[in-house]
Design a protein around this ligand. Structure first.
Ligand SMILES: Nc1ncnc2c1ncn2[C@@H]1O[C@H](COP(=O)(O)OP(=O)(O)O)[C@@H](O)[C@H]1O
Ligand SMILES: [Mg+2]
Length: 368
């Protein structure tokens, strides 16, 4: 999987005109606020996801303009393809090989990337929402049909929450229907998440032990308030969730929020059986975050026999030499985009091309 060429128009501050990239390491350096993250984000957008910075589509268009686009030639599924995304009037339109897609999410699965940015360094210490997002985003790329399932679940959840908030007379018949639908969708989400957990645990444990040179044991547990995950079956889960939703109705009406479901779950991470969140050193937390992200990449690599594109935004300076070296080794022969303020990280890397970015313009400077 490779990005061969990118062109942007009015995308944030970028002015990228048919820029080609190499198959190995592409190192992008430049001062602050020049567009390094914007370039990484523009590649990320080609996957069909939303901005990882939580920016609304409307705000991706350059200030003062009303239209933006990203166009790229990529090598995916053993052939050259073209992905284009237009942004206008707060909406986006995606094209795959010049064919307009009905929904912009339809391009999910064409280009697979794994992003590692400073946001992910707080994957361990931050709240559960970040870890759920990590899990969901990873599954969406692995299994694009999961995206539709998530959208349906979130829609139903919003409907239920709005009913809880806005209908003090308690429309119980409609609530009954929503509860049934929500539980059914939830059990399918759980099935996907728990399947993914098996691979994630295997890969992340292996990677963590390599980083720690076999000195520490890393483990991830999925925690649900609905039932013990070791006893999970879709039927049992659906039943148990329905029951929990019924029992928590009074509280849910009081707070205007659904208190049970996969939107409340979490991942618990352990090093040598101790929760990393409470007992892990900063270095251990970084290794754990790195292991999760590299495991995500390895799972995609194995499933499709094709490595994903790795995007490393501003993380090299945050990792020590040992972890940096591990990362470089692990992504050897993959296409990687790395950003940094200066070229010091280059000494760690074997070969590739360097580009300077300034005022949104990308200029190739050297081979290394
Ligand atoms: N919609 C937009 N239109 C124009 N410029 C934008 C837009 N969104 C962000 N920017 C500009 O992009 C720059 C930040 O780019 P970024 O890629 O985050 O920089 P860095 O090189 O530090 O990673 C800022 O100068 C910001 O004003
Ligand atoms: Mg940046």
């Amino acid at each position: 999987m490779r990005v061969l060429e990118i062109q942007t128009e009015n995308y944030r501050n970028l002015e990228v005109k048919k820029q080609t990239f190499c198959d190995g390491v592409n190192f992008i350096y430049g001062q602050n606020a020049q567009g390094k993250t914007n370039l990484i984000e523009s590649i990320w957008m080609l996957t069909g996801a939303r901005s990882f910075r939580g920016t609304k589509d409307a705000d991706l268009v350059r200030f003062g303009e009303d239209f933006a686009s990203i166009k790229a030639k990529v090598f995916a599924d053993d052939r050259e393809q073209e992905i284009k995304i237009n942004f206008a009037e707060g909406k986006r339109k995606a094209f795959l090989n010049d064919v307009p897609q009905r929904y912009p999410t339809e391009i999910i699965g064409t280009l697979r990337t794994v992003l590692f940015s400073p946001i992910h360094l707080s994957l361990i210490g931050g709240g559960p929402e970040k870890r759920r997002k990590f899990l969901d985003a990873a599954i969406c790329q692995l299994k694009p049909t999961y995206t539709a399932l998530l959208i349906r679940y979130n829609q139903t959840l919003r409907q239920r929450n709005s009913l809880l908030k806005n209908q003090p007379e308690k429309n119980l018949d409609f609530l009954e229907i929503l509860d049934t639908n929500l539980s059914r969708l939830a059990s399918k989400i759980m099935k996907n998440r728990l399947d993914y957990m098996v691979s994630l645990n295997a890969e992340a444990t292996k990677i963590y032990s390599e980083i720690s040179m076999d000195r520490e044991n890393f483990e991830i547990k999925y925690v649900s308030k609905i039932m013990k995950v070791s006893e999970f079956t879709e039927e049992k889960f659906e039943e148990s969730m329905l029951e929990k939703l019924k029992k928590s109705r009074e509280t849910d009406f009081k707070f205007g929020f659904t208190s049970f479901g996969p939107h409340k779950d979490d991942l618990e991470l352990y090093i040598d059986k101790k929760p990393v969140k409470n007992f892990g050193s900063q270095g251990q937390q970084r290794s754990a975050a790195l292991s999760l992200k590299l495991a995500e990449a390895e799972i995609l690599n194995k499933k499709f026999s094709d490595p994903p594109i790795v995007l490393l935004d501003d993380v090299m300076s945050e990792l020590d030499d040992l972890r940096k070296a591990y990362m470089v080794r692990k992504t050897k022969n993959w296409q990687v985009f790395i950003t940094g303020c200066d070229k010091t990280a280059l000494s760690m890397m074997k070969s590739g091309k360097a580009y300077e970015i300034s005022g949104g313009k990308v200029i190739y400077t050297e081979d290394f």
